[in-house]
Design a protein around this ligand. Structure first.
Ligand code: ADP
Ligand code: ZN
Ligand code: ZN
Length: 729
């Protein structure tokens, strides 16, 4: 007899055995194919991992596989191995991890055949002159299609403002033609659409170092904003394309903008697959298949694109490698950046990690000679790096967070005809609402947190659990009507600036102001026009966009992260400041960055402002070493939550008691209530485990997870484990 051992997306850390379906010759079944299986009362898609001669499950209890979904595995073995490795390393249930490495469409059991979409091109021997002059819309659409000799999809045309009816008219006149979109192998003799730029010395050095490697190597491309990292990526990718190989590029969630994709499209004549969140499940699957079958030469995507198979892998690029979005923060808590290094090693290809503010982990890896450190210290072209000023606002009167010195500076830059960016990392009107008579604060009923006051539309909003309620007229505690907003968020700053600069357009960029489709594009259009304006926004402004006309960046509150309980607080603050600052003065204008702070004498902040990120990072690394924190220690957090206080903590305490003596070389810390113990109505607690040695930690975690799963309370408490956590909360 033979049995099928199947990985199933279940929270249980094991595989499941099934009988083969009737009339199926098990000799024809290959590991890696998807199967449909009964699981409890449901039917699930799983992945066959092994065909085994024995099982521990009593025969009576065994169920049969319902259906074999694939005749051959859709995922190459090296991707399956990567997912299995990640399941093991991140202590995540195998089946769930493995299934997450497939596109959603396949996870849901969809048929593993890619379909081709259609593209429009202008018909041969036609020209815009064939369209009546007054038919403006037809002319515009024809022009748009003509600009894409490779063809353009209907979706893209509609997104650019074209209309279906106009397209139909053009088609009826045979001026445009629909083609089946066939990905093709690129013509190696004409890969380039535009000429590469002449690299400067630093870029040339980086480019040479990366491309002279023909097998595995990790390169940290540490280059200030505007130093031309992207140009280095483009030329390194060109090298891979010349050899007929493919490139995989991962960008942060917020960085996958049309402008980013455009730069790759402008450079190369090759099929590019973009895995972005606006695709349907089927479209994502199609892109995945084109990558897998080698029909797409360049694949650009966010975190989960790390599992995209390539037929001829050539190079991997991780842009903004320090970005937190590469670490999945729930469920399968993998780091796409770290997995990318594992993947590049398995494929024996080079990998480039690029950033203006590299993570301390990557800098440490360079110091250990595991990664090669390549630096770009000059801005490409003629641009000059911005000048920093720490503005001490102690005792200064503030107008809703704006000091008069700053207001004068804003005034000055607007008068010079340039643009200003005001950064405040809090959306809403004010972070809290207080009773002036008794001091009561509007708090969330489900979290240990205050509710944020919003004016547009008016309501109180908890940013932690998303609960909302109307703004109270009276204090809950004393009934007074003297309720006052405290502090400022983007809405209030916008309002204050409108009062101060009534003639200047104020553009707010945060999650609320950009939630409508096309809203961000509109704001960007207005900024690109170039006339004076003031941009006010959150970290959404810090990434991906270039604002060549911005000459002043004002950071209203540089103090927010200085005294965080999270050991990464300072690193994150510094990265944020440098990233926001990097938006300024990229073209011929030089920029200025003003940081308002109550701690102008803070040593690390001063170091950052006067000597830059590198020097800051070296100092911060020394402190991490002194306090034995990552990257000098390896850590994992076990989190638990329960519906009443103390229960989760009790659970974690018993886990610790059970293991305290067993593992030498492991340090325990906690359990402690999480910094925000109550969140969305549950009470959360955490236990920290750390070790100097990764193998020791891994070994202990393997045992620990098995034991936790068997713990009598484990089914009544939600618990999770986070290896190499990014966020300590
Ligand atoms: P980064 O990715 O490091 O922020 P970019 O690659 O976007 O930098 O480059 C910033 C600007 O400088 C872009 O407009 C780019 O076209 C230009 N640039 C890059 N390299 C060169 C070069 N070698 N010569 C001239 N301009 C360059
Ligand atoms: Zn009151
Ligand atoms: Zn809440």
């Amino acid at each position: 007899m033979t049995f099928l051992r199947v990985a199933i997306p279940s929270p249980l850390r094991r595989l499941f055995d099934y009988l083969p379906p009737e009339h199926v010759n098990t000799k024809t079944l290959q590991p890696g194919i998807r199967v449909k299986v009964p699981f409890g009362r449901r039917e699930l898609t799983g992945v066959l991992l092994e065909i085994v001669p024995e099982t521990n499950v009593p025969l009576k209890k065994l169920k049969s596989v319902i259906e074999i979904l694939d005749s051959a595995p859709l995922q190459p073995q090296y991707i399956r191995d990567l997912a299995l490795w990640a399941a093991d390393y991140y202590q995540h249930p195998t089946g769930d991890a493995l299934l997450q490495s497939f596109p959603v469409y396949l996870r849901k059991g969809g048929e593993g055949v890619a379909t081709h979409s259609y593209l429009w091109k202008v018909s041969p021997n036609t020209s815009i002159k064939d369209i009546p002059i007054r038919a403006h819309q037809q002319q515009a659409l024809y022009q748009l299609i003509a600009e894409h000799p490779q063809g353009i999809s209907k979706e893209a045309l509609l997104a650019e403002g074209g209309q279906t009816s106009t397209l139909t008219s053009l088609e009826a006149k045979q001026l445009v033609t629909k083609y089946k979109c066939e990905y093709h192998l690129p013509d190696i003799s004409r890969l380039l659409k535009e000429a590469p730029l002449q690299l400067n010395t630093e870029q040339e050095n980086a480019y040479q170092t990366i491309t002279k490697h023909h097998n595995f190597g990790v390169f940290l491309l540490d280059g200030i904003t505007g130093s031309g990292k992207t140009e280095v990526y483009l030329q390194a990718i060109h090298e891979a394309l010349k050899k007929g190989l493919q490139a995989l590029i991962l960008v942060p969630e917020i960085g996958l903008t049309p402008q980013t994709v455009q730069r790759f499209q402008n450079r190369f004549h090759v099929p590019i697959a973009v895995l972005h969140s606006n695709l349907t499940d089927k479209q994502r699957f199609n892109a995945w298949m084109h990558a897998s079958q080698g029909e797409a030469s360049i694949i650009i995507g966010t975190r989960s694109a790390i599992f995209t198979p390539l037929k001829r892998p050539g190079i991997i690029i991780i842009d903004e490698e320090h970005d937190s979005s590469f670490k999945q923060q729930e469920g399968f808590r993998y780091s796409a950046r770290d997995l990318a290094v594992v993947r590049a090693h398995a494929e024996q290809i080079p990998i480039v990690l690029g950033s203006a503010t590299p993570s301390l982990e990557s800098l440490h890896n360079c110091a250990q000679n595991r990664y090669q450190h390549l630096t770009l210290r000059a801005r490409a072209g003629n641009a000059i790096p911005p000048e920093f000023q720490l503005l001490d606002i102690k005792k200064l009167p503030l107008n809703n967070g704006l000091s008069s010195i700053l207001i004068e500076q804003i005034q000055h830059h607007i008068e010079q005809g340039t643009q200003v960016l005001v950064f405040i990392n809090r959306r809403g009107f004010a972070p809290s609402l207080i009773c002036h008579d008794c001091g009561w604060l509007a708090e969330c009923r489900r979290c240990d947190a205050r509710m944020t006051l919003h004016q547009q539309p008016a309501h109180l909003h908890c940013h932690h659990c998303d609960s909302q309620r109307p703004i109270p007229l009276k204090c809950d505690h004393c009934g007074s009507r003297a309720l006052k907003p405290v502090g400022a968020g983007t809405e209030r700053t916008e309002q204050t600036l409108k009062e101060l600069f009534p003639k200047t357009p104020i553009l707010r960029v945060d999650r609320d102001s950009t939630s409508r489709k096309g809203a961000m594009a509109k704001i960007m259009e207005r900024v690109n026009e170039g006339s004076p304006c003031i941009l006010v926004g959150t970290q959404m402004l810090a990434k991906g966009h270039h604002f060549p006309k911005v000459t002043l960046v004002a950071i209203l509150d540089a103090d927010a992260g200085l005294f965080s309980t999270d050991f990464r607080g300072m690193e994150r603050t510094a990265q944020m400041i440098i990233q926001v600052a990097g938006r300024a003065g990229r073209a011929e204008h030089s920029g200025k960055v003003i940081l308002q702070t109550h701690h102008a004498e803070h040593p690390l902040l001063t170091l950052l402002a006067t000597q830059g990120y590198d020097v800051f990072a070296q100092e911060e690394l020394k402190q991490r070493h002194q306090y034995q924190l990552p990257p000098y220690q390896h850590i994992a957090i076990i989190r638990a939550e329960a519906t009443y206080s103390g229960r989760a903590e009790g659970f974690l305490q018993s886990i610790r008691d059970q293991h305290n003596q067993i593992f030498p070389n492991i340090q325990w810390s906690g359990p402690f209530p999480s910094p925000m113990e109550k969140r969305a109505g549950v009470f959360r607690s955490q236990l920290l485990i750390s070790s100097h040695s990764r193998p020791f930690l891994q070994h202990s975690l393997n045992h620990l997870c098995v034991n936790i799963e068997a713990h009598p309370m484990a089914t009544k408490i939600r618990w999770s484990i986070d290896v190499d956590p990014y966020d300590m909360h």
